[in-house]
Ligand binder design. Structure first.
Ligand SMILES: Nc1nc2c(ncn2[C@@H]2O[C@H](COP(=O)(O)OP(=O)(O)O)[C@@H](O)[C@H]2O)c(=O)[nH]1
Ligand SMILES: [Mg+2]
Length: 219
């Protein structure tokens, strides 16, 4: 009985995710589900996207955190329209949360909607919010073994962003180990190496987004 109810809920979530996707397509918005650990640099990556593309593309943000509006305030101060969702005890954003937030956002005015999911490499992967693509973010400080230990995200993401490469000389992060672990899970996945701190790789991050926006229906 318990299992049947869980399946029904998941089916309902999938249905709402599909509804969100139709809404994004109808409004011509490319939606990105940004998934990474707490502190990996999700908000920094959004800031970098805005600095790189803000002049040519209209970017909006949904922020998912258990509590507080810290990131929303941070992004709004930069000039980005951002909306906060607090999940309380929830370890991920759900399609229903996004659906409820959409009327608050002027989608027609946007080219890109970046959804910063709750910091977590596990639960957010299981929910299709209706995004155009999932972006997997990992930072050098977390270690080179994360693709091997948390394969789900690296299987589902369309691209992996490796942030904080400025820290490579100060850590035991082994690029070869990282790439061989990642390739074992997803041989074809693209990787963008970046430092939101120094600006290295930000141009490539902007180019990826620009290209992805021009083909929103998928690859
Ligand atoms: N050294 C270094 N620190 C970074 C970089 N990107 C972000 N940070 C720092 O990492 C911390 C967490 O960043 P934040 O964007 O808030 O991560 P989030 O929790 O994933 O949204 C902050 O102190 C950032 O300044 C980077 O490329 N290099
Ligand atoms: Mg954040």
């Amino acid at each position: 009985m318990k299992i049947a109810i869980k399946e029904d809920i998941l089916k309902e979530e999938d249905r709402i995710g599909a509804e969100n996707r139709r809404e994004f397509l109808a409004r011509g918005v490319a939606a990105f589900n940004l998934i990474g650990s707490p502190g990996s640099g999700k908000t920094s990556l959004i800031e970098a996207a805005y600095r790189e593309l803000g002049g040519e593309l209209a970017i909006g943000v949904i922020e998912g955190d258990l509590a507080s509006d810290k990131d929303t305030v941070r992004l709004r101060n930069l000039g980005l329209p951002a909306l906060q969702i607090n999940t309380g005890r929830g370890c991920h954003l759900s399609p229903l949360m996004i659906k409820k937030a959409l009327p608050e956002i002027d989608l027609a005015a946007l080219d890109i909607l970046i959804i910063e999911n709750v910091g977590n490499l596990v639960c957010p992967v299981s929910f299709d919010l209706g995004e155009t693509a999932k972006i997997g973010l990992i930072s050098v400080a977390e270690g080179d073994d994360k693709p091997t230990k948390y394969p789900l995200l690296f299987r589902e993401a369309e691209v992996v962003v490796l942030n904080k490469i400025d820290l490579v000389p100060h850590s035991d992060f082994d690029r070869e180990a990282f790439y061989s672990g990642l390739r074992a899970i997803n041989p074809a996945i693209g990787v963008i190496e970046i430092s939101c701190r120094t600006g290295e790789g930000v141009e490539e991050w902007g180019s990826w987004l620009r290209e992805r926006v021009s083909s929103p229906a998928g690859r």
